[in-house]
Write a protein that binds this ligand. Structure first.
Ligand code: 9WN
Length: 471
């Protein structure tokens, strides 16, 4: 079904409203993931937020990443939440009890687990914007890359060593939250072996912020999530101790693909700006190893990458969007073309029942598909952005643009929901979600190699509109 194009008025409104959402969620030097449900700084949200803000302000985008780095542990780990002030979000710092870990940062309470390494992807987008603008923005961004190169490398090195001690080329996650896709069916088999033991009682607070509890993970799932937190605390957040004692240890293909892509980019940025040659070589080696791990996991029967349950040694075959990890890390052109066709075809974005031809979190043709439940089927605009970014980077501009146009059409209501019901287009979860607004800004300001238009026209007929006022 052809996508109805937003009108010029829609586009101007969307740009203005997206900027307004990000401004309203701005807390000075960081942005809350959403005003109600997620009133803190989340790690991968911050990456998307920073690249969206960069379309408006390069210095503010860099501040976002600098604030995130203030939470980095001495192991190199970037934690998944930085808690700058008290709130009703649960689990809170009292539950994470990261004071048991010697590696925690001083100055800001954090959680004790990770999220996907999108940050250097964001940094490269910010640098691109800064160079297009030139002058002080360019100087600032280049100096930031040089200054923070060792910090990003330490983050990637942490994932490549503490989280892949056997050198499998797959980053090991210790909690579904580390994948960013909390209740994805990817994790059903490993979670079925997580049996909560004795732990302090808890009251969920997320349900107070959504209209319908069925959009969120169930209570049984939450008990498992909190049990894994308990196991991390008992291991004092030591990865080797957790590996020996914890219930959930899985090699995640999308995290691995992002590590490979981010490491490629970090090496390129470092080479351009004169970073330490050993660091550049280390980065390239990380990229090679994790690209190999991802490609090795591909199921020849489906052409999708598979997570590896490291407790059982079994690959996990689920038709989730993470299966497109090879698009993100590249390395096999023939597979890339097959994945492109699969993604745009009838099992995925081209499925006849979809309201918008936008990447769903799980294939609507899969028995695991649930159209209203969190990461079990709904469309997450950031995931669509990621696939569009990956296609674009691989030279698949037409396919990338198809996802981009459909993604913009989906957001035309300007509510910037956390996720969308894929069959009806209904908004689900939180409204005014920062990363959704951020990727809208980025989509509106789509880049062309070597230059960047103020707004890439949705159709050749539409006039150009600058997303955040005149430059
Ligand atoms: C737990 C903030 C985060 C996203 C995740 C998304 C959701 C948290 C939650 O919200 O996770 O980290 O409480 O459900 O699954 O991807 O980063 O937007």
């Amino acid at each position: 079904m052809p996508v109805a194009q937003p009108t010029p008025n829609d586009i101007a409104l969307m740009a203005g409203r997206a900027g307004y959402v990000l401004k309203a969620n701005d807390r000075g030097r960081f942005t809350v993931a959403s005003p109600t449900l997620y009133p803190h700084m989340w790690s991968w949200d911050a990456g998307f937020v920073a690249l969206g803000i960069a379309t408006v302000s390069v210095p503010r985008a860099l501040d976002e990443l600098r604030t995130l780095l203030s939470g980095q542990w001495t192991t190199g780990m970037i934690p998944h939440i930085l808690f700058h002030s008290p709130s009703d979000y649960f689990p809170d710092p009292d539950r994470w009890r990261t004071q048991v870990a010697a590696a925690r940062p001083v100055g800001v309470p954090t959680s004790g687990i990770t999220q996907p390494p999108i940050h250097v992807v964001a940094l490269s987008r910010i640098l691109h914007d800064a160079r297009r603008k030139g002058g002080a923005d360019q100087e600032l961004a280049e100096a930031f890359v040089v200054e923070t190169f060792p910090r990003w490398l330490a983050w990637h090195r942490y994932l490549a060593t503490a989280r892949d001690p056997q050198g499998l080329g797959l980053v090991e996650i210790h909690h579904g939250w580390e994948s960013g896709m909390d209740d994805s069916p990817r994790w059903d088999a490993p979670y079925s072996r997580v049996v909560p033991g004795p732990m302090p009682p808890f009251v969920r607070r997320d349900l107070a912020h959504v209209a319908d509890p069925s959009q969120r993970p169930s209570d049984a799932e939450y008990a498992r999530y909190l049990w894994l937190v308990e196991q991390k605390v008992r291991a004092r957040y030591d990865d080797a101790v957790y590996r020996a004692t914890g219930d959930f240890v899985v090699g995640d293909v999308l995290v691995s693909a992002l590590l490979a892509a981010s490491s490629d980019l970090l090496a390129d940025l470092g080479a351009e700006l004169g970073a330490d040659p050993d660091g550049i070589e280390e980065s390239r080696a990380i990229a090679r190893r994790f690209r190999t791990g991802v490609l090795r996991s591909v199921d020849p029967a489906t052409d999708l990458a598979r997570d590896l349950d490291l407790r059982t040694g079994e690959y996990l075959s689920v038709e989730s969007a993470a299966g497109f990890a090879p698009l993100v890390c590249g390395g096999d052109d023939a597979l890339l073309r097959r994945q492109r066709d699969l993604l745009l075809g009838p099992r995925w974005c081209g499925h006849s029942r979809l309201r918008w031809p936008v990447v769903p979190s799980v294939s609507p043709a899969s028995p695991a598909f649930r159209e209203r439940t969190y990461w079990r089927g709904p469309q997450w605009p950031v995931l669509n952005w990621l696939m569009a970014w990956a296609l674009n980077r691989s030279g698949e501009q037409e396919a990338a643009n198809a996802l981009r146009l459909a993604g913009l059409a989906q957001l035309v209501d300007c509510d910037f929901a956390e996720y969308y019901e894929p069959l009806t287009g209904e908004q689900l979860g939180s409204k005014d979600q920062s990363w959704t607004a951020a990727i809208a800004l980025d989509f509106l300001a789509a880049r062309r190699p070597g230059r960047r238009r103020h707004v890439r026209l949705l159709t050749a007929e539409l006039p150009a509109v600058t997303p955040a006022g005149p430059r």
